[in-house]
Design a protein. Structure first.
Length: 283
């Protein structure tokens, strides 16, 4: 019966959209103005304050405010599944921005050509939340993003290999440190997942939203424990990198004895992040 209800909700959401998920405008899934707010800007690198140790490089498509916040909540909490496609487009843009910054492949603002498919790993929702909502929002958006990446010429697939090892407390009322403590050791890669992760291209953790970065940090820890991203690549140091980043990264000689930075083959992308996390050029 639950499967039948989900099928009927999918059908009615697609055929009879009641209102814009961002602003409430009638008879449209997402109006042109809200689509522009969601994915009209160039995705940016984001860092929460404070930034938890072990957080991979994260790119976001939009700030979590106003229309974007409304659209994400409508998709996640009210099951407005017609929003999956535009949210997937936004996430695909953030994934592409991360791949280009890491120089894992060549390409312009469209396709990014990498060796092996890009592996999108969604951060899992708690099983109880999935049962309550009737779907896993991050996984659903990840599938839409993979489809958008393939449509624009980038090989991509979704590997939903992360699992919760134990129940965690509701995070809505917890601060940044409390969230890290709450999630510590909570995730693991499913048996056989490590082999899949090491057999493709770059690994990109994906989620709908980043606030404190605790979920992405724990997910990255679980992937590293399974061996994902162990094969780091060496890239020439870019003039655009901050001094702090070049200093922090391990270095080795590149071509013609030039400096290079060893970068982990894991990054992260989200649809939206808190507005403050976009302000990364700070002391």
């Amino acid at each position: 019966m639950r499967g039948l209800r989900e099928w009927w909700r999918d059908l009615t959401d697609l055929v009879l959209p009641a209102e814009c998920g961002g602003c409430g405008r009638a008879r449209t899934v997402l109006c042109p103005r809200c689509r522009t707010v969601l994915s009209g800007a160039v995705p940016r690198r984001v860092r929460p304050v404070p930034e938890p140790p072990g957080l991979p490089v994260v790119h976001a498509a939009a700030r979590y405010a106003d229309e974007v916040r409304a659209a994400l909540l409508a998709h996640k909490e009210r099951g407005v599944l017609a929003l999956t496609a535009p949210l997937g487009v936004a996430l695909a843009g953030a994934v592409g921005a991360g791949l280009r910054e890491a120089r894992w492949g060549s390409g312009d603002a469209g396709a990014v050509h990498v060796r092996g498919p890009v592996l999108l790993v969604p951060v899992p929702s708690a099983p109880r939340a999935v049962r309550t909502r009737g779907h896993d929002p991050a996984r659903r958006i990840a599938l839409a993003a993979a489809g958008e990446l393939r449509r624009t010429g980038t090989s991509a697939r979704v590997l939903a290999v992360l699992r919760q090892r134990h129940a965690v407390a509701d995070q809505s009322e917890l601060g940044a440190r409390q969230r890290l403590h709450n999630l510590a050791g909570a995730l693991a890669v499913a048996p056989g997942g490590g082999r899949l992760l090491c057999g493709g291209g770059p690994v990109v953790l994906v989620d709908d939203l980043m606030t404190t970065g605790a979920s992405l940090t724990e997910a990255a820890r679980a992937l590293r424990a399974a061996g994902a991203g162990a094969k780091s690549a060496v890239y020439p140091a870019s003039a655009g990198e901050g001094r702090e980043e070049r200093k922090a990264g391990p270095r080795m000689a590149g071509p013609n004895e030039g400096g290079g930075v060893i970068r982990e083959a894991i990054c992260a992308a989200v649809v939206a992040a808190s507005p403050d996390s976009f302000e990364i050029n700070r002391n």
